[in-house]
Design a protein around this ligand. Structure first.
Ligand SMILES: *Cc1c(COP(=O)(O)O)cnc(C)c1O
Ligand code: SF4
Length: 364
């Protein structure tokens, strides 16, 4: 909370924060029936509640199954834990050699400058790291992680995640960027954020300037539904593109939110054609606790991406991945088009469903 409050004056986005939901008790200000409000308040027991006004304004309150509402208003289903669900579904902690850093792949690390967010998504796989203690940004807290990066010349990419790094003030972002770019072997700064989606007014010229410097900057946004794409998010993405940032998007496949070909097709197309944001990953639901009601089966996900593949251009297609438990990493789950093989002769299913033969012809 202090992260957002301490920032330099920027009335637009501060109003969005101030007039949004910042605490469970603010749910009382929303047009929910008394029964719905009570259910949401009870369901908030395990994960904080927060959403800026700009995002809440996208909700159609007459529709109890509204896809924006489903992402931010707590549901009693969250209290239903199923055996096999995990507190740390992708083993961030196991691969954390120093506080606030996860190093699982040689050339890139996750760096956690804050564990606070501008929005608390109900499906968040890190919700149990976020709710433990209010751990915001301090320069001292990042020292061990920065020293670790400096000591490991194989690290080329630093991924700011969290929490939401863009919930920090410009000054903190500039400080973090300067510390990272001073490490000569680091080439690229990547930022994983929901701020351009839920608080687009926060993407100011001051914010992009704070991130500009020696490093290539990639911003990975997190849009899950075409309804989140608005004039305001378009402006935010234009600001970042004009600053020279590469924009990618990751979505989470969520039952009742975006688990239909039509919804995903429109989302991916509008991301690329309207926002200039390349769909990067579509994540299959991880095993975060209390999320069985939002997961699809893998077979359902495969059918969806197979249909998308046939409908959308190559650049509009995300890669369907599952981040495996125990730190197995993100593996592609798309259906395999190889039907069989006989020596150098491969039987491969085409986009029209027909199987064709491809014979390998290579010189000795
Ligand atoms: C997701 C993730 C990354 C980034 O993976 P990419 O496939 O490069 O997007 C890096 N490290 C960890 C630990 C991750 O979970
Ligand atoms: S913004 Fe990201 S880290 Fe924060 S609650 Fe949403 S999914 Fe989790």
């Amino acid at each position: 909370m202090t992260d957002l409050k301490d920032a330099t004056r920027a009335p637009d986005w501060q109003d969005d924060v101030r007039h949004g939901v910042r605490h469970v008790r603010d749910l009382a200000s929303l047009p929910l029936s008394p029964a719905e409000r009570q259910a949401a308040q009870e369901a908030a027991a395990l994960h904080k509640v927060r959403a800026p006004k700009a995002y809440l304004d996208l909700i159609d309150w007459n529709d109890p199954t509204d896809p924006i509402r489903a992402q931010v208003i707590p549901s009693p289903d969250e209290l239903v834990e199923t055996e096999g669900e995990l507190g740390d579904p992708i083993a961030d902690h196991e691969f954390s050699p120093v506080p606030r850093l996860t190093h699982r792949h040689a050339d890139r690390v996750l760096l956690f400058p804050t564990y606070q967010c501008a929005v608390y998504c109900r499906f968040c796989f890190r919700k149990e790291s976020l709710t433990s203690i209010g751990r915001g940004y301090t320069r001292e807290a990042l020292e061990p992680a920065l020293a670790y990066i400096a000591d490991h010349p194989e690290i080329r990419e630093v991924i700011l995640t969290g929490g939401d790094p863009l919930s920090l003030p410009d000054k903190a972002l500039a400080e973090i960027r300067a510390r990272i770019e001073a490490i000569p072997h680091v080439r690229l700064l990547r930022i994983h954020t929901r701020v351009p989606v839920v608080l687009p007014s926060r993407i100011t010229s001051g914010l992009v300037e704070a991130l500009q410097g020696r490093l290539m900057v990639t911003v990975v946004t997190h849009f899950n539904h075409a309804r989140e794409i608005t004039d305001a998010t378009e402006t935010a993405c234009r600001t970042m593109r004009q600053a020279g940032f590469v924009l990618l998007n990751q979505s989470v496949l969520l039952k009742g939110v975006n688990d239909s070909v039509e919804v995903l097709e429109e989302l991916c197309r509008e991301l690329m054609y309207r926002l200039g944001v390349k769909p990067y990953y579509l994540h299959h639901g991880d095993l975060a606790r209390g999320m069985a009601h939002r997961r699809t089966t893998i077979a359902q996900g495969q059918a969806l991406v197979e249909a998308l593949r046939a409908r959308l251009s190559g650049i509009c297609n995300p890669v369907y991945v599952l981040d495996l438990p125990e730190g197995g990493g993100k593996v592609p789950l798309g259906p395999c088009p190889i039907e069989g093989r006989d020596g150098d002769s491969w039987q491969i299913r085409g986009l029209d469903g027909a199987v064709r033969t491809y014979r390998e012809i290579v010189s000795e």
